[in-house]
Design a protein around this ligand. Structure first.
Ligand code: PBG
Length: 323
C-alpha cells in the first residue's frame, strides 16, 4: 500500500491539530514597550509605528493599566527626556522621566513587572549609546554612566534592568554596581546579541535617538555573523546576565535557535519596530491579513526558541489570545 505514512492524518480537523500542536504562544511570554515623554496629557502618535505613542506619565499609566488588564505581565520603558546633553545626564538623574514613571507605576500597579531599557542614546545630544571623544564612542568611560543609570532605575523601583548599549563589559559593570547598592536580587536581561540593524528605523523616530553622525556599527553586531552571537551571549552570562536577548527577532530566528540550543538561561527576542511597521503597512494596504501574520510571526519567534517576546503587538496579541 502506498503511502504508509500520511502526515495529513493528523491535520484532518481542528481538534487533532490542536492536540499535536508543538508551540503555543501565551500572554505570559509578552513584554510591552512604552515610550514615556515629559508634559501632561500628551499622547503623540508615532507616524511610522501606527498604534504606538509617546505618552506623558499620566497617559502612559493608563496604557500600562490596559496592558496589565489584558494579562500582559511586564512593560519595558524608554524615556524621551526634555533635555539632552553630551553625557546623557538625564538618563541617571533621580528626577529623570523614567525614574518618575517607575515610582508612579509601581505605586499604582505593583504587580506589573517593570523592566527598564538601560542606554544613553535617547538622552545624549549626539544620539550615540556612549561617551564621544574625537568622533569615537568610548567603551570603558561609558560603563560608569550605564551603571549609574541602572542603579537609579533600581532605586526608583524597577524590577529588572535591560542594557541595550552593546559596550563591552557593561553587564559586569552594572551587576557590580547593583550589588554594591544592595540590589543583589535585581535581575539583568542583557541585549546580548544585538545587531546593527536597519529594522530599528521607526524606533529612532519613536525614541528620538537617531545618531547625529555616523552609525552604530562600531558597537552593535554585524548582521552576517552567527557564531559571534554565541560569543556575545557567553560573555554576558559570565558577567552575570540572567536572561539574554536576541535582537531583532524575525530576520534572526537562526540566532534565537542557536542561543536556545547552547545555553540554559531564558532567551528573550525583540520583535523590533521595523518588523512591526512592515506588518502594519502591508495590513493597511490590504496586502496581508494583519492579525494572522502578526500571530504567525510571534509564534515563529517562540518556535525558534524565545521564552520571552518583546513586542509592540503585545496588546493586540493578548486580545486575540483571550478569545
Ligand atoms: C537603544 C535601543 C534601540 C532599540 C531598543 N533599544 C535602538 C538602537 O539601538 O538604535 C530598538 C528597538 C526597536 O527598533 O524596536 N539602544
Amino acid at each position: 500500500m502506498f503511502p504508509l505514512q500520511r502526515p495529513r492524518r493528523l491535520r484532518g480537523n481542528a481538534a487533532i491539530r490542536k492536540m499535536v500542536r508543538e508551540t503555543s504562544l501565551s500572554v505570559d511570554n509578552l513584554i510591552y514597550p512604552l515610550f514615556i515623554t515629559y508634559g501632561k496629557g500628551v499622547r503623540k502618535k508615532i507616524s511610522s509605528m501606527p498604534g504606538c505613542y509617546q505618552e506623558s506619565i499620566d497617559l502612559a499609566l493608563k496604557n500600562a493599566k490596559e496592558a496589565h488588564a489584558l494579562g500582559i505581565p511586564a512593560i519595558l520603558l524608554f524615556g524621551i527626556p526634555e533635555h539632552k546633553d553630551k553625557l546623557g545626564t538625564s538618563a541617571y538623574s533621580e528626577h529623570g522621566i523614567i525614574q518618575k514613571f517607575i515610582k508612579k507605576v509601581k505605586d499604582r500597579l505593583p504587580e506589573l513587572y517593570v523592566i527598564t531599557d538601560v542606554c544613553l542614546c535617547e538622552y545624549t545630544s549626539h544620539g550615540h549609546c556612549g561617551i564621544i571623544e574625537k568622533g569615537e564612542v568610548l567603551n570603558d568611560p561609558t560603563l560608569e554612566l550605564l551603571a549609574k543609570e541602572a542603579v537609579s532605575h533600581a532605586k526608583a523601583g524597577a524590577d529588572m534592568v535591560a542594557p541595550s548599549d552593546m559596550m563591552d563589559g557593561r553587564v559586569e559593570a552594572i551587576r557590580l554596581a547593583l550589588d554594591e547598592e544592595g540590589f543583589w536580587n535585581l535581575p539583568i536581561m542583557s541585549y546580548a546579541a544585538k545587531y546593527a540593524s536597519a529594522f530599528y528605523g521607526p524606533f529612532r523616530e519613536a525614541a528620538e535617538s537617531t545618531p547625529q553622525f555616523g552609525d552604530r556599527r562600531s558597537y552593535q553586531m554585524d548582521p552576517p555573523n552567527r557564531r559571534e552571537a554565541l560569543k556575545e551571549v557567553a560573555l554576558d552570562i559570565e558577567e552575570g546576565a540572567d536572561i539574554v536577548m536576541v535582537k531583532p527577532a524575525l530576520s534572526y530566528l537562526d540566532i534565537i535557535s542557536d542561543v536556545k540550543d547552547n545555553f540554559d538561561v531564558p532567551v528573550a527576542a525583540y520583535n523590533v519596530s521595523g518588523e512591526y511597521s512592515m506588518v502594519k503597512a502591508a495590513g493597511k494596504l490590504g496586502w496581508i491579513d494583519e492579525e494572522k501574520v502578526m500571530m504567525e510571526i510571534l509564534t515563529s519567534i517562540k518556535r525558534a526558541g524565545a521564552d520571552l517576546i518583546l513586542t509592540y503587538h503585545a496588546k493586540e496579541a493578548a486580545k486575540l489570545l483571550q478569545r
